[in-house]
Design a protein around this ligand. Structure first.
Ligand SMILES: Nc1ncnc2c1ncn2[C@@H]1O[C@H](COP(=O)(O)OP(=O)(O)OP(=O)(O)O)[C@@H](O)[C@H]1O
Ligand SMILES: [Mg+2]
Length: 271
């Protein structure tokens, strides 16, 4: 099992999109994949399933229920919150707004996601965790549970803000709790070729992003098909199979798998 956190405390840079598409592509390539929604906004969850198909969520796994008897009650095991997604080979741990309470929980619970994954995640080749847009306990819990971090960045100046804070957080986690955490790379998302980037500005972007990892060669362009796919409960690679957006997402997946040095099983039916 290899666990990858998709993280950036900056909002709206494409964490959920990259998490959804990479998870789907890896499952479609034949890797048993689990995707975990670690954001109380629940955007990853709602992009896959309606809220009436699940009861247990990540908050039930990470937060101790309030006890009426004074006896400590254990949260649910991770297994109880795992659902099948619409993509074969891809399972999901959903989240909703109740997960926001995790930020107020005692520090020792930040270890629980890692422990639960070690216990219940063995059947998966890959686990992707969609992190929330803040530098809080949920992000720490996700980084503690992960082997690698992928950082999606929007390629405008606003989208690049705060990368040094994220780099600092990752470094703190590495120093204090998870020395094996590695940056797998940064993805430039929402790329608008007509507006940017000249070779010069790409190197400025790469210098800024370099703080959080080697930049992947594939840029993800701003394509409406990518934004439309979640409302159909599909990844863009299936919703818009022959669109350029799909090619880019597959190409990013190849780069990710190459960096992970994983075998690449071609599933010809997909493309
Ligand atoms: N490459 C893209 N092309 C078109 N739309 C995109 C692309 N990437 C992301 N979007 C859209 O931009 C919005 C923000 O993306 P997303 O939700 O993935 O970002 P996020 O970093 O997870 O946001 P948050 O910080 O709120 O969790 C969404 O509406 C999404 O559909
Ligand atoms: Mg998100």
């Amino acid at each position: 099992m290899i666990t990858i956190a998709i993280a950036n405390q900056k909002g709206g840079v494409g964490k959920t999109t990259v998490c959804r598409e990479l998870s789907a592509c890896c499952a479609l390539r034949g890797h048993q994949t689990l995707t975990i929604d670690a954001d109380p906004q629940g955007n990853l969850t709602s992009s896959w399933v309606d809220s009436d198909v699940y009861e247990a969520t990540l908050s039930h796994v990470l937060i101790e229920p309030e006890s009426t008897t004074g006896v400590k009650v254990e949260p649910l095991p991770l297994d109880d919150a795992i659902l099948e997604s619409p993509v074969e080979g891809l399972d999901l741990v959903p989240a909703d707004i109740r997960l926001a309470r995790f930020e107020m929980q005692p520090d020792y619970l930040t270890h629980r996601l890692r422990n639960q994954l070690q216990e219940h995640g063995k059947g998966y080749d890959l686990v992707f965790i969609d992190c929330p847009p803040q530098l809080g306990k949920l992000l720490t819990a996700a980084l503690y549970a992960s082997d690698f971090v992928i950082v999606p960045c929007a390629s405008d100046a606003m989208g690049l803000q705060g990368l040094s804070d994220l780099a600092f957080t990752i470094e703190q986690v590495r120093k204090n709790v998870n020395s094996s955490l590695q940056m797998l790379g940064a993805v430039i998302n929402l790329y608008k070729p007509q507006r940017n980037l000249s070779a010069e500005s790409r190197s400025a972007v790469e210098a800024a992003i370099g703080l959080v990892g080697h930049v992947f060669d594939t840029n993800l362009h701003d394509y409406s098909k990518v934004a439309e796919a979640p409302s159909q409960k599909l990844p863009a690679v299936l919703y818009a199979k022959s669109h350029r957006a799909s090619d880019q997402l597959w190409s990013l997946t190849e780069e990710v798998l190459d960096r992970l040095q994983m075998s690449r099983q071609k599933i010809s039916a997909v493309k």
